[in-house]
Each structure stands twice: as structure tokens, then as C-alpha cells.
Ligand binder design. Structure first.
Ligand code: 5GP
Ligand code: ZN
Length: 114
């Protein structure tokens, strides 16, 4: 989608620190990190929110979680603990309407989230 920030990032129109890429997914450093590790795992396919996922996206969602595990191991936060977050809709804090998963770790996490 031409007016989507993450589609622009995926197309290389906006510079980012990319930490992983394959045919389905990119992972980048968040521009405003909320933890020592704060990555965004983003499918290349434009899907606005989790509500727009369909049965065709089953493999994609699996790949995202496997990618998160791999990145958590690389960042050495796999044993200390990490959080995978998807904010769905504005009321939950979603600001970019191209589905993405935050991978947060490297500090103690509190519960409940704000
Ligand atoms: P949301 O609030 O939709 O769950 O998450 C959007 C995330 O995208 C935020 O954590 C925000 O810091 C990040 N973000 C917004 N614009 C940019 C950008 O231009 N580059 C990068 N790397 N991250 C961004
Ligand atoms: Zn998009």
C-alpha cells in the first residue's frame, strides 16, 4: 500500500536498521526502543491488523514466531525472557496499521502492561 509506513520500509523507501529478512518477513530495530532489545517483526504482505488475518496466513504467523525465537537467541534474551506483542486497534496502542509484532527483552518485564 503506497501510503503505508511499513510498506515503504519493506520497499526500501525509508532507511531502517534491518536485522532479518526472508521472502515473507523483515525484522527491524524499533526507532523508539522501549527495552534494550526492541525489534519489530513485520510480514511483507500488507495486512492492516490481526483482525484481517485469514486462514491463508497460518504459515506466515508461524514463521513470525519462529523468527522471534531465533532473534531472541541471537540477542541472548531467550533465557532471561522476552515478550512478543501485537497491538490490535488504536485502543490497544496500534499506531501503524500494517500488522507487526514487537519483540522486547533485556530488562525485567512487568505485568499487566500499561
Ligand atoms: P504500534 O504502536 O503500531 O504497535 O507500533 C509501531 C511501532 O513502530 C512503534 O514502536 C514505533 O516506535 C515504530 N516506528 C514508527 N515509525 C518508525 C520508523 O520510521 N522506523 C522504525 N524503525 N520504527 C518506527
Ligand atoms: Zn503496509
Amino acid at each position: 500500500m503506497s501510503d503505508c509506513l511499513f510498506c515503504k520500509i519493506i520497499n526500501g523507501d525509508i532507511p531502517v536498521t534491518k536485522v532479518f529478512e526472508d521472502e515473507l518477513i523483515i525484522a527491524i530495530e524499533d526507532i523508539n526502543p522501549q527495552a534494550p532489545t526492541h525489534l519489530l517483526i513485520i510480514p511483507k504482505k500488507h495486512i492492516a491488523t490481526a483482525l484481517e488475518l485469514s486462514s491463508k496466513d497460518r504459515q506466515l504467523i508461524g514463521e513470525i514466531f519462529l523468527c522471534a525465537n531465533k532473534l531472541a537467541e541471537e540477542r541472548k534474551i531467550d533465557q532471561s525472557g522476552f515478550r512478543i506483542v501485537n497491538n490490535c486497534q488504536e485502543g490497544a496502542g496500534q499506531t501503524v496499521f500494517h500488522i507487526h509484532f514487537h519483540l522486547l527483552g533485556g530488562r525485567p518485564m512487568t505485568w499487566p502492561p500499561g
